[in-house]
Design a protein around this ligand. Structure first.
Ligand code: IPD
Ligand code: CA
Ligand code: CA
Ligand code: CA
Length: 260
């Protein structure tokens, strides 16, 4: 049974995301202001900041009791206390793609209440594909129901990997890649998680922070996918680490290789 309260919130957040998409599309061919954060591969643009401010203003106005964890710091200080409602916002996921390709990036929001998953959103900005919903509303890709994800093993599909893990062969990543039919590196955690949900990848492994997986965890688990740390341990919603999202069979295949 759908919970109508959450169906209404879902509709509203989808509308905010369509508006945020318009903001980004209007800047797609403009000159960006690009700054580095921790190093030359860690970028933030004026558009990342603008989108995060837009979304945090909407959330604060409509749901003032909420706490917001935003990648670019326009939210609240959310340390260890995960009680109440927390909105996790990644205004542009795949900022490097946004800067260098002007394509292949996403906007993501995850909503949790007392650590429980409520609603998740991954919007592919350029194509307009929006994956949205949660356990109390069901998951949709725009208006369409998600079809059952085939429970394929690692050897039957493509695996999404992060470049650094592969280059340094961490967690036996090269064997994992070699065991699949092929490897893909998209550069946007959100789009790779979306690809697993659409059945285009059997799994995805990357070092992720809370805003990289907050939305995807809700969506993927609702679709029957496994979402854990790379050693199979459960994820803490406020910590960072190497995360494994996969079909149940690919998840088990990957854990076997990681432990070798
Ligand atoms: C990054 C992307 C990338 C992943 C990085 C993330 P950002 O997010 O999702 O694919 O490999 O770990 O930080 O910084 O562009 O939002
Ligand atoms: Ca970033
Ligand atoms: Ca980001
Ligand atoms: Ca991100």
């Amino acid at each position: 049974m759908q919970d109508l309260k959450y169906v209404k919130i879902d509709r509203q957040v989808c509308q905010w995301l369509r508006e945020a998409r318009e903001i980004v599309l209007s800047e797609l061919n403009s000159q960006l202001t690009v700054e580095t954060k921790s190093g030359r591969k860690d970028l933030v643009t004026n558009v990342d900041k603008q989108v995060e401010q837009f979304l945090t203003n909407k959330i604060k106005t409509q749901y003032p009791e909420s706490h917001i964890l935003g990648e670019e710091g326009f939210g609240d200080k959310v340390d260890e206390n995960t009680d109440g409602i927390i909105w996790i916002v990644d205004p542009i996921d795949g900022t490097m793609n946004f800067v260098k390709q002007r394509n292949n990036f996403a906007i993501m929001i995850g909503v949790y209440k007392d650590q429980e998953p409520i609603l998740g959103y991954i919007m592919n900005v350029v194509t307009g594909e929006l994956l949205h919903g949660g356990p109390l509303t069901g998951i949709k890709l725009n208006q369409a129901e998600i079809s059952n994800i085939e429970n394929q093993g690692l050897s039957e599909g493509l695996i999404g990997l992060s470049g650094p893990l592969l280059v340094h062969n961490e967690y036996n990543m090269q064997t994992i890649g070699d065991s699949a039919l092929g490897m893909r590196i998209y550069g946007s955690a959100g789009l790779e998680i979306m690809a697993v949900i659409k059945g285009e990848l059997v799994g995805y492994i990357s070092y992720l922070r809370p805003w990289d997986f907050g939305a995807g965890k809700i969506l993927a688990e609702c679709c029957g996918l496994s979402f854990t740390m790379v050693d199979g341990q459960p994820l803490n919603m406020l910590s960072s680490g190497v995360v494994l999202i996969a079909t149940k069979r690919a998840h088990s295949d990957i854990l076997t290789i990681v432990s070798q």
